[in-house]
Design a protein around this ligand. Structure first.
Ligand SMILES: [Fe+2]
Length: 473
C-alpha cells in the first residue's frame, strides 16, 4: 500500500504533507530540485477487523519556504529493500493571505456510502480540485480504528480512496473514482461520532468496540494520528484558523450513538446499562474548556477582522434530519418499574442554550453541521445560517412533519428545489440517488449547493441553491 498524499494546515509560507505506506520507509516531498524529508513513524491506533494492529507507516513533511501560488510536488517513499515508489505530480500552496477570497468545499458523512465517489467526481468537474480547503463536518468512515475504512475498503470507497481519486465504484453502469482533491486542497476536519472509538476491552471485533463507548472509555486516537493538525489547545480535537477572508472554528460536538433510539426515550432493554444513554463526548457547555476557548476565539482580532466567520461541528441541532433528535442534552435517567430510560430535555440542548448565543453575539455567518445525511438550511433571528449538506453518499431521510426541533422554518432552495409529486418545492434534499455538494465562494459571499442524480449519469450537475452569507439592509 502506498496512499496518495494529503495536505493539512497551510501556514503563511508552508503546508503539511502526509501519506502512508504499508511497510517501513523513508519519505520525502520533492519540489523540483528541493527535497523535504518526512518524519516517518508507525501508527499505533489502526487495526484489522480481528483487532490485529495494522502495519501503517505515516510520513509527514513540514514544507516551508513556499512562495505565493501553487508549487508542483510529488512524494517518494524509499523502502528497506531499496524499492522506491513515487506519486504523480500535484500542486500545493501556503495559506491564502488574510482578506483574500477563497473557495471552500463543504462536506461530511462520506462513510463509504455508495454515492460518495460520484459526488466528488462531480465536485471536480464543477469547481476543480485546486480549492483553498475542504471543510469537513465529521463522519469520514464507519469505524475509525479500522485501517480498511481509510485506505482499502472492500467497497472501493475508503475515505482516502474517494478523496484522492482512487475509489472504484459503479452506479448505473458508470464507474466513479472520486477525485484527487486532498493532494491539492488542504482538509480542515471536525470530529463526528464515527471518529470516536469505544471501550478497548471486552470486545473482539472493532465494530463491537466502536458500538460500546462509555463516558470514561472512548478515544479519538485514530483521528488524531491521521489528522494531527490543525491543532488547538487540546490538540486536533478543536481548532481555529483563518483561511483567506474566512475565520474557521472546528468544534468537537458529537455524542454516543445508540441505534435503537428514534424517540426521546431509550428502550427499556438497557436496564442496568451503566453507559448513560446517548451521552455527550467532549464537553462544550458553558464553563467547559472548549466553550471558554470558543468564546475567546470568536472575540479574537482574527475572527473580528475576517469578512466571514464559519463554525463547523458534527451534530446538527437545527434540521429536518433523523439525527437532530433527541436534543443535544445530557441524558436524564428515568427509573420506572426497574426499567431504566433516558430523557433529553430540549431546554438543556447545549447547542441552543450555550453555543447559539455565542454565534449570534460574534456575528457568525455560517454553522456547518452533518450527521443526518440530508441537505437543509435555516437562518435564525440573529442572521446565523445553519447548513447541513451531508446528502453526499446516501440519505437518512427528512422529517418535515416533525419540523426543526429548534423551531425555525427551513429555507427553500433559491434556484431549483426538488419538488414532491404534487409539484410543491421541497426545503430539503434527502435522497439515496441524488447526491449534493456545496461550495463556499467568499468572493461572491455565497454558498452554492449543487445536486446530481446518479440515475442519469450523463445528466447535469444542477445548481439548486445560493445561500447569501450576509443579508444587507
Ligand atoms: Fe454522525
Amino acid at each position: 500500500m502506498h496512499s496518495e498524499p494529503y495536505l493539512l494546515d497551510p501556514s503563511d509560507d508552508g503546508v503539511q504533507v502526509l501519506w502512508h505506506t504499508a511497510a517501513p520507509a523513508r519519505g520525502a516531498v520533492r519540489l523540483g530540485d528541493r527535497r523535504v524529508e518526512a518524519t516517518s513513524s508507525a501508527l499505533v491506533s489502526l487495526f484489522d477487523d480481528e483487532g490485529i494492529r495494522a502495519t501503517v507507516w505515516r510520513h509527514w513533511s513540514d514544507v516551508r519556504g513556499l512562495g505565493a501560488g501553487r508549487t508542483p510536488y510529488r512524494v517518494e517513499s524509499v523502502f528497506a529493500d531499496g524499492a522506491v515508489t513515487e506519486s504523480k505530480t500535484y500542486t500545493l500552496a501556503p495559506a491564502v493571505p488574510r482578506h483574500r477570497p477563497v473557495r471552500l468545499l463543504l462536506s461530511s458523512d462520506h462513510q463509504m456510502w455508495r454515492n460518495t465517489p460520484a459526488n466528488l467526481a462531480k465536485v471536480a468537474e464543477t469547481v476543480g480540485v485546486e480549492l483553498d480547503g475542504v471543510l469537513f463536518a465529521g463522519d469520514m468512515v464507519g469505524v475509525p480504528a479500522r485501517a480498511a475504512d481509510w485506505f482499502e475498503h472492500p467497497t472501493g470507497r475508503g475515505f482516502f480512496e474517494s478523496m484522492t481519486g482512487r475509489a472504484d465504484t459503479e452506479i448505473g453502469g458508470r464507474r466513479y473514482r472520486g477525485a484527487p482533491l486532498l493532494q491539492h486542497t488542504p482538509l480542515f476536519p471536525a470530529i463526528g461520532n464515527h471518529e470516536v472509538m469505544g471501550r478497548r476491552t471486552r470486545h473482539r471485533t472493532l465494530q463491537a468496540r466502536f458500538d460500546d463507548p462509555a463516558p470514561d472509555a472512548w478515544d479519538t486516537a485514530a483521528y488524531e494520528e491521521l489528522f494531527p493538525v490543525p491543532r488547538g489547545p487540546a490538540g486536533p480535537r478543536w481548532w481555529s484558523r483563518t483561511v483567506g477572508d474566512v475565520f474557521v472554528v472546528a468544534l468537537f460536538v458529537t455524542r454516543a450513538w445508540r441505534d435503537e433510539i428514534n424517540t426521546y426515550l431509550e428502550p427499556p432493554d438497557r436496564t442496568g446499562d451503566p453507559q448513560g444513554g446517548q451521552f455527550l463526548f467532549e464537553r462544550v457547555d458553558a464553563g467547559s474548556p472548549q466553550h471558554a476557548w470558543l468564546a475567546g476565539e470568536l472575540a479574537s482580532p482574527a475572527a473580528r477582522a475576517a469578512r466571514f466567520r464559519v463554525v463547523l461541528f458534527h451534530h446538527g441541532s437545527h434540521g429536518l434530519g433523523a439525527h437532530c433528535v433527541p436534543a443535544y442534552a445530557d441524558p436524564v435517567k428515568l427509573v420506572s418499574g426497574g426499567a431504566v430510560r433516558y430523557a433529553y430535555p430540549i431546554h438543556d440542548d447545549v447547542v441552543f442554550r450555550d453555543l447559539a448565543p455565542l454565534f449570534a453575539a460574534a456575528g457568525v455567518d455560517l454553522v456547518l453541521n452533518g450527521h443526518s445525511h440530508l441537505w437543509n438550511r435555516f437562518r435564525d433571528a440573529a442572521g446565523v445560517n445553519w447548513l447541513e449538506t451531508s446528502n453526499v453518499g446516501n440519505s437518512y431521510g427528512a422529517f418535515p412533519e416533525r419540523g426543526d426541533p429548534g423551531g425555525l422554518t427551513p429555507v427553500l432552495p433559491t434556484v431549483a428545489p426538488l419538488r414532491d409529486a404534487a409539484g410543491t418545492p421541497l426545503p430539503f434534499v434527502a435522497d439515496d440517488d441524488v447526491t449534493v455538494f456545496s461550495v463556499l465562494d467568499s468572493a461572491d459571499g455565497v454558498v452554492r449547493s449543487y445536486r446530481f442524480d446518479t440515475r442519469e449519469p450523463d445528466g447535469p450537475v444542477v445548481l439548486f441553491d445560493e445561500l447569501p452569507l450576509k443579508i444587507s439592509g
